[in-house]
Design a protein around this ligand. Structure first.
Ligand code: ADP
Length: 524
């Protein structure tokens, strides 16, 4: 890009080929990108939403109904669309569910803003109106929330989060498992989701998924000559390779006689023996090593009756440390009896064709594992994602003790009350508040469309039902407008609140941009 100075000498401030869109052109482009992304993801919303099949450059396939997963797998290049993906990811990280809702809502807010621009309302007025609407809508949401954290509600919440995500054949069993798991690790109203470990087993029925007390590691013992089970386990956690110092493949050793070679081999074996002795002397009978273990060392460990696993994942090590009281040791010389953890029972067990190590009867029982079964990798992965969403919503409800009724009912109620509020506000901001209210209706409209229903009829019925009852929503399985509280479609207040806040924030961020400067090829 060039501009003339006084001597008519062009100066270049942007690299050749850089694309630039200013003012309404930039806004329009960004709105279009956001709307397109929302339109793509919309068909997956709700229990009747369809799945998407995504194939990456390596040919790996992911089939999912989960908004965060779909967006994560899509190779999105447009910056405004990328911003929406970021917001959905944040939603997933913070509350663990509601990712599709956030993108669909943000897309509709952008669409409504565009309509206002076309009718001559200035961007700053729209933004002011949206800010007023946002404050009010959160107030309305709080007004229609219900206090609850009893077991029955938690199960309904888990079920609502999982509906339509491949779990329906075993929805009751799985919601039981999730609620049980969260209640086991709950500590004074707080839930650390890291205490619940989900392990996938590709094979078997979904309904065979189960909860295990303690920790499950997706590896068996390092050698078949080690004991298969240990009672009264004394556990050592090592981040130190039990291998020769110089196992580097490039290293060379020259020997002038067979005796010298033998001496060298003996010294290497001695080195490994010393390391194993160190472990034995500490009193450990179980070893979880984050690094490798040499075959010779394994032999000595087995001879001393030690159950060992090599290359244990860092996340598993932290979980074991927390549950058993063991301290991770980074130099084997520092391994002493006071660094050991304890567990009543450690054993190896095969599930389907995979070997697992069970660490049970831990000192700190606030940790558990869930075994997820599914006949294929695609099925078990989708179930795992559904369970993660359910874990998120159940934890959020235990922490906040506030829920909202789902099935499109809160959006219709918020839209109704927000429209009434708009009438009390003068000026053009009123138009923006009304537009915000209409945007909220995209959720019930989409739920109805995805269920193959006539969305206009459903919305008319919903609006009239809300004259008297704020919990009337759309039962996507029967097509009826019913009290969703009676149908048990319940969600945590936190998910709804965060979805609205994040959608409005993303929309505002996109609308504030009036200049798009992009490096050559970056928008393609
Ligand atoms: P998200 O990723 O945003 O959570 P989902 O695909 O899980 O998207 O859909 C969530 C929406 O589906 C919520 O608005 C919720 O109230 C609604 N929903 C869940 N179960 C039902 C049901 N049985 N009937 C009607 N709506 C439901």
């Amino acid at each position: 890009m060039a501009n003339g100075n006084q001597q008519n000498q062009p100066i270049f401030i942007l690299r050749d080929g850089t694309e630039r869109f200013q003012g309404s052109r930039a806004t329009k482009m960004n709105i279009l990108a956001g709307k397109t992304l929302a339109e793509t993801i919309r068909t997956t919303l709700g229990p009747k939403g369809m799945d998407k099949m995504l194939v990456d450059g390596m040919g790996d396939i992911v089939v999912s109904n989960d908004g965060a997963t779909i967006l994560g797998e899509m190779d999105i290049t447009h910056p405004a669309a990328k911003m929406l993906v970021e917001v959905a990811k944040k939603q997933d990280d913070v509350v663990g569910d509601g990712t599709t809702t956030v993108v669909v809502l943000a897309g509709e807010l952008l669409k409504k803003a565009e309509e206002l621009f076309e009718n001559g309302v200035h961007a700053s007025t729209v933004l002011r109106g949206f800010t007023l609407a946002l404050d009010k809508v959160i107030e309305i949401l709080f007004g229609i929330s219900i206090d609850a954290n009893d077991k029955e509600t938690l199960e309904k919440i888990a079920k609502t989060a999982m509906t339509g995500k491949g779990t329906d054949v075993a929805a009751d069993e799985l919601s039981d498992v999730i609620v049980e798991a969260v209640l086991r690790v709950e500590n004074n109203g707080n839930v650390d989701k890291k205490d619940i470990n989900i392990q996938r087993v590709n094979g078997g029925e979904i309904s065979e998924s189960e909860i295990i007390d303690g920790i499950l590691i997706d590896k068996g013992r390092a050698s078949p000559s080690m004991p298969e089970e240990i009672n009264d386990a004394k556990i050592a956690l090592l981040k130190y390779p039990i291998e020769h110092k110089d196992t580097n493949t490039d290293s060379k050793a020259n020997f002038s006689s067979p005796e010298q070679l033998q001496m060298f081999l003996d010294s290497e074996e001695q080195e490994l023996k010393n390391m194993v002795n160190n472990i034995v002397e500490s009193g450990a009978n179980v070893l979880f090593c984050q690094k490798g273990i040499d075959d010779v060392a394994m032999h000595y460990l087995a001879k001393n009756g030690i159950y060992a696993i090599k290359r244990v994942k860092k996340s598993d090590i932290s979980r074991i440390a927390k549950a058993t009281g063991a301290e991770l040791v980074t130099d084997i010389k520092d391994l002493t009896s006071d660094k050991l953890g304890t567990a009543g029972h450690i054993f190896e067990k095969k599930i389907f064709d995979q070997k697992f190590t069970f660490v049970e009867e831990c000192d700190n029982p606030k940790s558990c594992s869930i075994i997820v079964r599914g006949s294929t990798r695609h099925i078990s992965s989708e179930i795992e994602r559904a369970l993660e969403d359910a874990l998120g919503v159940v934890s959020a409800t235990i922490e906040d003790e506030k829920v909202v009724i789902g099935g499109g009912s809160p959006e219709i109620e918020m839209a109704k009350q927000l429209k009434a509020y708009a009438d009390t506000i003068g000026g053009r901001e009123q138009l923006a508040i009304k537009a915000f209210a209409e945007a909220l209706e995209i959720i019930p409209r989409t739920l109805a469309e995805n269920a193959g229903l006539d969305a206009i009829d459903v919305l008319v019925d919903l609006r009239s039902a809300h004259e008297t009852n704020p919990y009337m929503g759309i039962d996507v399985f029967t097509g009826e407008v019913v009290n969703m509280k009676d149908r048990g479609v319940i969600e945590p207040q936190r998910v709804k609140k965060q979805a609205i806040l994040s959608a409005a924030e993303a929309c505002e961020m996109i609308l504030r941009i009036d200049d798009l400067v992009a490096a050559e090829g970056s928008l393609n």
